[in-house]
Design a protein around this ligand. Sequence first.
Ligand SMILES: [Zn+2]
Length: 418
Amino acid sequence: MDRTQGFYHEREAESANTRTARQWNALQAVVARAASFEGEFRERLATASIVPDEIRSLDDFTSIPVLRKKDLSRLQREKGLPWFLSCAPGTLSRIYQSPGPIYDPEGREPDYWGWAEAFYAAGFRAGDLAQMTFSYHLTPAGLMLEEPLRALGCAVIPAGPGNSAVQLQLLQELPVTGFVGMTSFLRTLGEKALEKGLDPKRDFSLQVGFVAAERLPESLRSEVQDMFGMVIRQGYGTADVGCIAYECRELGGMHLSGRCYVEICDPVTGLPVQPGETGEVVVTPFTLDYPLVRLATGDLSRLSEAPCACGRTSPKLMGILGRVDDTAKVKGQFIYPSQVAAAMARFPQILRHQVVVGNAGGRDSLTLRIETNGPVDTAAVAAAFQETAKLRPAVSVLGLGETIPEGGPALVDERTYD
Ligand SMILES: [Zn+2]
C-alpha cells in the first residue's frame, strides 16, 4: 500500500492565487451568514462600528476585532449557545462540551471538522483498521476524528482512552494498522508490551499513527516510530473549529488546512504580523452553522512559505511555540519563552533561566536571570537573547545558594500599572 502519494482534495495543490480567491469567497459566505442573525458577530461588529456591507476585501476582514477563545466560555454562559448559532440547536448533528467549559456544536455536512485530508496526508488509506484512543464522552475528539477515518474507507475500533490491558489485547488480536491518540499514550502501550515480553514491531501490525493534543518533541516521535516500526504524524486543531493544520510525510511543519482561513496576528492588536513573524494563531473555519469569525486561539506560531516536496502548496505552521498568556510585550517587542529557551540552549553552563520584566520608575526593564555551573560570558548571553527577541536584557548571574525553582515560570511580568 502506497501511503506517500496523492492528495485527498485537489485544492491541496492549488496555486496561491486560486487559494486566495477561494478563501475570500468562503470568508464572504461566513461573514454573510454570521451577520444574518442577531448574535455574537453582529454585536462584535456594532461595538467596533463596522457595517457588514463594508467588509469588501481581505484587509477589511482582518480589521474585524478577534473573538478570544478565553471569552468564548464566558459569553456562552452569559448569552446562551443559540446566540452563536445561525440555526436551531435541534437541527445540528451533535453538541459536545470541551474543557472551559465550552460547547462545540457540530453541523451536518460530511467531514464537518475537516480532518480527512489530515489523515490522508499522514498516510491513512482505505482498508486501514484504526484504533481510536481519544475520548468519545462529551468531548468532540473521538467522534471528530472517527468520522473522517470512516469517510476515507477505514474501519475504526472505538477504544477510547485508558485501559491499557484491553488496548494491548486489541493490538495483539486484531490486525490494527493505524493508531489515533496521544504519542505519550502509545509509548506507554509500547513499554507495557515490552514488559510482557512482546515485541511491538513483530507482534503488532501498526504502520501509521495520527497524534494530536500534546506537544510532540522529535525525540519522542523517533522513539515511538522505532519502537513500533511505524510512521507518526501530527495534526493541530481545536475543539471549537476542528482541523487547522497537519503534517505531511515530508515533515518540516504543518500544512494549513484548506477548510479554514488562518492568520498569524499580534496578540494585543489582533492585526496580522509581517510574513514569517511569530504571533497568535487566528482561525476562521468555513463552516456556517456556528460561525466563528477570527477566533484567536491563544496559541503562538509562525508560517513558512517554503515549498514542500509533497506537492501541497499551502504554507506550513511551524509548530506551536507557546501560549499567548505566557508572553509579555516589552518596548513594542514580544518576548516568547520558547525563543529564549532556544537561545539559552547554546550555553551548556546555563542550568536554568528566567526572564523578569519590570517597570520601576515607569520604564520597562528586562532582566535575564541565569543559574550557572561555571563561568559564562554574559555579553554573549545578552547578544544571543537579543538575536531572537530583538531586545538586549540586563543579565544577572545568580550567586551561590540562589536558585530558580524547578518548573518555575520562564517569564515573570512584575509590571504594575496604577
Ligand atoms: Zn508537504
